[in-house]
Write a protein that binds this ligand. Structure first.
Ligand code: AMP
Ligand code: ZN
Ligand code: FE
Ligand code: FE
Length: 276
């Protein structure tokens, strides 16, 4: 059993890279991909420890990109070693744009009457401060009863506090991953569109260079899994899969098994590793 989708404290997970390696071994995983949002730092940090503990650690990343004006998540695998140099430089530019969004988001929330500073949010989020950290501060200060309410009332794309961020187009994300020597896989496709509308979108992604698709995911029931596997076969995409583990912030999702039903065989990774 493997898990190719997980997050550490370097993005919005609650386990450090080393703790996640330990958790993967405890869960009996044969391989783990760390796929933090827009950063490879957690993976890089975990590499020596995983080697020492004998865990097969896979390099992953989950990029936020735009498709038809909406955010879609794109997974990239194997962006490791020298071919990924340019990709890593590009990532730093993306991180700067996130920081710029955070600055403007703090101002926007202040305009809406909330006493929240960027500094106190960054104290929680560190290098990868994001909207979930804003939500935590809003809850801690009593402006909202729950994290979800912070999103519903202020931070969601449709809410009054939303501030846009420069995100690459999905096509650019795919191209950057390919140029960096990686393989691109569209994350949790069911969040993009209803299953019956995915075919044309996936065709476009395959034409842009995407070579994999996340078939197994905590959000996918048996029907979605079967439909996505059929799409994968039709477009010659390799299936990928993972729990999207975030630690305590998503307590119902376990490493490897997700909400309970996930069992991703090692053969998925073997196939992903075959030369294109
Ligand atoms: P950011 O990358 O800073 O824009 O934050 C994105 C993260 O915020 C996502 O990965 C989710 O964890 C969370 N998020 C975004 N929209 C919502 C929502 N409507 N409800 C709950 N969490 C959300
Ligand atoms: Zn996340
Ligand atoms: Fe995602
Ligand atoms: Fe994720």
């Amino acid at each position: 059993m493997i898990d190719l989708h997980s997050h550490t404290t370097e993005s919005d997970g609650t386990l450090s890279p080393a703790e996640l390696v330990d958790a993967a071994l405890t869960a009996g995983l044969e391989a783990l991909a760390i796929s933090d949002h827009d950063t490879l730092t957690g993976f890089d940090e975990a590499v020596p420890y995983a080697r020492q503990r004998g865990l097969d650690l896979v390099c992953g990343i989950e990029l936020s990109t735009k498709l038809n004006g909406k955010t879609v998540h794109l997974l990239g695998y194997f962006l490791w070693g020298s071919p990924s140099g340019e990709f890593r430089t590009w990532l730093h530019d993306m991180q700067e744009s996130r920081r710029d969004r955070n600055r403007r988001l703090a101002v926007r929330l202040q305009e809406l009457g909330l006493d929240i500073t960027l500094e106190e949010v960054e104290q929680r989020g560190g290098r990868m401060t994001g909207r979930p950290h804003f939500a935590k501060v809003m809850k801690a200060k009593g402006y909202v009863p729950t994290i979800q309410a912070a999103f519903d009332d202020y931070l969601d794309e449709s809410a009054k506090g939303y501030v846009d961020r420069l995100e690459p187009q999905l096509k650019e994300g795919i191209e950057r991953i390919v140029q960096g020597g990686g393989i691109a896989s569209i994350a949790h496709p069911v969040r993009i569109a209803p299953l019956n509308q995915l075919r044309d979108l996936v065709a476009g992604m395959a034409a842009d260079g995407m070579r994999a698709i996340e078939v197994y995911h905590s959000d996918h029931g048996p029907d979605a899994e079967a439909e996505l596997m059929a799409l994968a076969q039709d477009f010659n995409l390799r299936p990928t899969g993972g729990s999207d583990f975030h630690g305590d912030v998503k307590p119902n999702i376990q490493l490897g098994t997700g909400p309970g039903h996930l069992r991703i065989p090692k053969s998925v990774l073997d196939r992903l590793r075959e030369p294109l």
